[in-house]
Design a binder for this molecule. Structure first.
Ligand code: FES
Ligand code: FES
Length: 185
């Protein structure tokens, strides 16, 4: 008997459980967009290079076009549809609105999901490739423009809204109490 090429899976997305049959080759991005009508996550390159499809998996950012839906079973999945608290926007969403951190908006859901994780990674003391001194005793690097650009470098914006995006991430970090105002030049 030929092995089955599909399975019924249950995904935990934005606090809701979704059970659906999927072909084993279905990506998480396609499951979200095509099967569950969660179209906030965007498909840009479909090969892990643009970040438009970024979601949070157990709080860590991931490009959903490179994740198989079957492998996401049992993970806590957060998409752009789930980052607000009811009518209250997430501080990163609010900062993107306040500072025009977008033009066409196509990359924005991925930028926002990525920025949420960047702020948490920074607050947890994770260094980046732009961090000069990565010794533990050096402490957490300031989340300056160079750090933000490096940490957000997996999210491309074809409109070139990068200046505003960097400012928005800095404002959101400040709003969440993880960043000093003076740190971003
Ligand atoms: S669509 Fe996933 S990284 Fe571009
Ligand atoms: S706002 Fe258009 S691609 Fe970023």
């Amino acid at each position: 008997m030929a092995p089955s090429t599909s399975s019924a899976i249950t995904l935990n997305i934005n606090g809701e459980k979704y059970t659906l049959p999927v072909d084993h080759r279905t990506t998480l991005l396609d499951a979200l967009r095509e099967r569950l009508d969660l179209t906030g996550s965007k498909k840009g390159c479909d090969q892990g290079q643009c970040g438009a499809c970024t979601v949070l998996l157990d709080g860590r950012r991931a490009v959903s076009c490179l994740q198989l839906a079957v492998a996401a079973e049992g993970r806590v999945i957060t998409t752009i549809e789930g980052v607000a608290d009811g009518e209250q926007l997430h501080p990163v969403q609010q900062a993107f609105l306040d500072l025009d951190g977008f033009q066409c908006g196509y990359c924005t859901p991925g930028q926002i999901c990525s920025a949420i994780a960047v702020i948490e990674e920074h607050a947890a003391g994770w260094p980046s490739a732009a961090t000069d001194d990565v010794r533990p005793e050096a402490g957490v690097p300031a989340l300056g423009a160079e750090e933000i650009r490096e940490r957000m470098s997996g999210n491309l914006c074809r409109c070139g809204a990068y200046v505003s995006i960097v400012q928005a991430v800095a404002q959101a970090a400040e709003a969440t109490g993880t960043q000093d105002k003076e740190a971003v030049a």
